[in-house]
Design a protein. Structure first.
Ligand SMILES: C[S@@+](CC[C@H](N)C(=O)[O-])C[C@H]1O[C@@H](n2cnc3c(N)ncnc32)[C@H](O)[C@@H]1O
Length: 223
């Protein structure tokens, strides 16, 4: 079980950060969020391969930031790259459910180590899947056609391959499709200088959210 006091602290931090990015006073949290967090924690704790866990999954605590950002933005269309077990997808889908609107489109090229044993997004609860479209493949191939098809998106979350070239390529590809006021969110911006360089190219302010001792999530608002 996630201790309520920890959850409260996480939510306070996430809400403060969301206010910084989006300028909104309050984020409406439903009790379903705690149910989801405990569901994810149970699955994570029971997973046998701790090395894979550390390398490939987000944690059930700080990622609540994805929930608060999407609760406040109230997006119609969200695109994500990098699903793995589906922790980020679950948080975003919970936000869409609680908003009562929106679709999440996720692209994942499963890791060769686990492809046959664990399906991408296996942690996502069944009742959140009606707002989800999962595309299995390389974002290099799948992202552009998806964006052309959607025409305009409200938010993008990068969490696929964290190389400088790939991150910069995804940011550059997705930026023209993000609507005015929408968000580009990236996990692990500390991996290299791609996020920083991209913000210079488009001349936008960045917000960074400290998730762990050495890990940060970055946000750029298109405004
Ligand atoms: C860091 S994990 C994603 C963690 C996930 N967001 C979560 O909440 O647990 C990265 C995922 O991106 C996938 N991936 C790596 N390269 C990719 C690519 N070129 N296109 C799409 N997915 C990719 C990996 O196999 C893995 O499933």
């Amino acid at each position: 079980m996630i201790r309520p006091v920890i959850q409260l602290l996480m939510l306070k931090r996430a809400t403060r950060f969301t206010k910084k990015c989006l300028g909104t006073e309050e984020v409406n949290i439903t009790s379903d969020l705690l149910v989801l967090q405990n569901h994810l924690k149970r699955l994570i704790d029971s997973f046998p391969d701790k090395g894979f866990r550390r390398d490939y999954w987000l944690s059930p605590y700080p990622e609540v930031i994805l929930y608060t950002l999407l609760r406040t933005l109230r997006p119609r269309t969200v695109v994500e790259t990098g699903v793995s077990g589906g922790i980020s997808s679950s948080y975003m889908l919970q936000a869409l459910k609680d908003n009562g609107c929106g679709m999440l489109y996720s692209i994942d090229l499963p890791s060769s180590r686990y492809r046959y044993r664990y399906k991408s997004g296996w942690m996502v609860p069944e009742h959140l899947r009606n707002r989800w479209s999962l595309i299995i493949g390389d974002s290099k191939k799948e992202l552009k056609p998806l964006l052309i098809n959607l025409r305009e998106i409200d938010a993008f979350f990068h969490d696929s391959l964290h190389t400088y070239e790939h991150m910069l390529w995804e940011y550059k590809t997705v930026w023209p499709f993000i609507r005015w006021g929408g968000l580009l969110i990236s996990d692990d911006i500390q991996s290299n200088r791609a996020f920083h360089h991209f913000s210079k190219i488009i001349n936008r302010k960045t917000y960074s959210y400290r998730k762990g001792p050495f890990t940060y999530l970055g946000v750029i608002r298109k405004s």
